[in-house]
Design a protein around this ligand. Structure first.
Ligand code: AMP
Length: 281
């Protein structure tokens, strides 16, 4: 019998060593950004844009292409290894956040398919070890740029997600979009049943949002997972004006292409953007 491959070292040191090697080889193409903080009705957001001096040399990340799947297989220099039998974990090639990891299925699954227990088990390994934010953009309208199933993780909670740890969004009248939220028990992160418990919670949130989690294809939504909670937000649009909004927007991190787009965003306010791309309540 062939022994299963050992789980890859995903310590912060190991992540930083791979980041350095991938940077040196040119495989990693970090996007240098500048940022500002905005508060909207007492809720904190960070807005980032590509730094002006980085714009000239900036190679835009490739748009989705039906002819190229960057995750089948992912680039070796970016890849840590297998998480269980079904997933690989790798560095995001074009990060705007530090230590941004992707968890991709080893064989093709669609990003619009339901998140499975195996997906949650793989992502759960990382959240259990480090905390941070796991997130999912279910389809193009939810901000996904790739069709191959990929869950994402960043170690630092964006400001709104950090604040939500202390205050459930259903208590907040400022969230004028449909959503389903659940507090996760602390005991969920130890033992072998993390994937199963996360999947159960996700199914309950799907049903609350009016989705059938057994369907072959789900409507667009964003999912956010921290050690403390899971939050599902159905989506009606990918963009507000020219800005694509994904799960990170609901965590309090927005990305505009250039500083010139900032005044329109500030004037409307981040909450109005989220309302515009979410489903009306
Ligand atoms: P999303 O845009 O939310 O669907 O997430 C997909 C992520 O994959 C983006 O953040 C891209 O930066 C990243 N990406 C695109 N191509 C590659 C690649 N070849 N290797 C690793 N990450 C990639």
């Amino acid at each position: 019998m062939i022994a299963p491959a050992p789980a890859p070292d995903l310590s912060i040191d190991a992540i930083d060593r791979r980041l350095a090697a991938a940077c040196d080889s040119g495989a990693l193409q970090p996007i240098r950004t500048e940022q500002t903080l905005i508060s909207d009705h007492g809720l904190p957001f960070v807005v980032k844009w590509i730094a002006r001096d980085a714009l000239a040399g900036h190679r835009h990340k490739p748009a989705r292409s039906p002819h190229h799947n960057p995750f089948l297989p992912p680039e070796e220099t970016l890849t840590f290894g297998a998480l269980g039998d079904t997933h690989l974990v790798l560095l995001n090639k074009y990060p705007v956040m530090p230590r941004h990891l992707l968890v991709v299925t080893r064989v093709f699954e669609a990003q619009t398919a339901a998140i499975t227990e195996a997906d949650f088990a793989a992502l759960g390994t990382i959240v259990a070890a480090h905390g941070g934010l796991g997130f999912y953009n279910a389809g193009e309208r939810a901000g996904a740029s790739q069709d191959h199933k990929h869950l994402q993780w960043i170690p630092d909670l964006p400001p709104l997600a950090r604040q939500l740890a202390a205050r459930a969004p259903e208590d907040d009248a400022n969230f004028r979009f449909r959503h389903a939220f659940a507090v996760l028990p602390a005991g969920l992160w130890s033992g072998n049943a993390t994937g199963q418990a996360l999947a159960r919670c996700y199914h309950a949130l799907c049903r609350q949002a009016g989705f059938d989690p057994q369907a072959a294809e789900l409507p667009p939504y964003n999912l956010l997972v921290t050690r403390a909670w899971m939050w599902l937000i159905p989506r009606r649009a990918e963009r507000w004006q020219h800005m694509s909004i994904n799960a990170l927007g609901f965590a309090g991190s927005l990305f505009v292409k250039s500083r010139e787009q900032l005044p329109a965003l500030t004037e409307a306010g981040p909450l109005a953007l989220l309302e515009a791309v979410g489903e009306p309540v």
